[in-house]
Design a binder for this molecule. Structure first.
Ligand code: ZN
Length: 253
């Protein structure tokens, strides 16, 4: 899809050219692609297993602003997968633990941590004006809230979810692709504190950031109308074609 940035007025500084040197060399990226990233703002909903690796790669690749939303504090049982939080961070708000390291990783990026829970009441204020939302949630109740708000605001939502060695990914572009409610009309069964090996969210999150980079730079094709399913136990990737539901209560006509 075409990028939304028709006019780019910023220039890259010398230190940015050096920092991003290896990605600037990618076909179709160059200074223009990097400036598109620098002009764009991403919401990462959740600072856990998906949100940590997602925000690391968003910040490392040079998005202009990354807003991370989470209301929890770091616990010992988070540390097998939530790689921005370390043993010394136990008891600290996740957004504070994450923001500190992310700013140190790349001070060119505006990193904002919001200590709050996403609700129907506040979600629009949290995402309005942003270019992409990364779904790094651990429950479908909040995913549906995000999905509906993204459809209303016209903001692409990059969905990721994990369980054990399994993960899934799709990119929702409002009114073009199916939304999460089209794909999952009923809330999938959920387990409190599901099993997770840390590499599963790491993989899905890096795929989510790859999707965000492609959406913004216009390089390649996104996972549109397809649900990608990863199974680490036999190292397989499968795809399910998904379609819009004209009767969808969220995005239907
Ligand atoms: Zn829908």
């Amino acid at each position: 899809m075409d990028s939304v940035f028709a006019v780019i007025t910023m220039d890259l500084a010398g230190h940015e050219l050096e920092r991003y040197d290896r990605q600037l060399k990618i076909n179709g990226w160059g200074n223009e692609g990097q400036m598109k990233l620098k002009s764009s703002k991403v919401v990462v909903a959740g600072a856990g297993g998906l949100g940590c690796p997602a925000s690391i790669y968003l910040v490392a690749s040079g998005f202009g602003k990354v807003r991370i939303i989470d209301d929890e504090k770091v616990e010992l049982s988070n540390l097998n997968r939530q790689i921005l939080h370390w043993t010394s961070d136990i008891g600290v708000f996740k957004v504070d633990s994450a923001s500190l390291k992310l700013r140190s990783l790349n001070p060119n990026v505006e990193v904002e941590g919001l200590r709050c829970k996403i609700t129907r009441e506040n979600v629009h204020d949290m995402i309005r004006g942003f270019n992409v939302v990364v779904d790094a949630m651990d429950n479908y109740r909040t995913r549906y809230i995000l999905n509906e708000a993204c459809v209303r605001e016209g903001i692409p939502l990059i969905h990721g979810a994990v369980y054990g060695f399994e993960g899934q990914l799709t990119t929702v572009v409002p009114h073009i692709t199916p939304c999460l409610s089209c794909i999952f009309p009923q809330v999938p069964p959920e387990v409190e504190k599901p099993p997770v090996v840390g590499t599963t969210p790491a993989l899905i999150a890096t795929l989510q950031v790859t999707e965000a980079i492609k959406l913004i730079t216009g390089i390649g094709e996104n996972v549109l109308g397809r649900l990608l399913i990863y199974d680490g136990t036999d190292m397989s990737f499968q795809e399910i074609k998904v379609q819009r539901n004209p009767e969808c209560p969220v995005c239907g006509t």
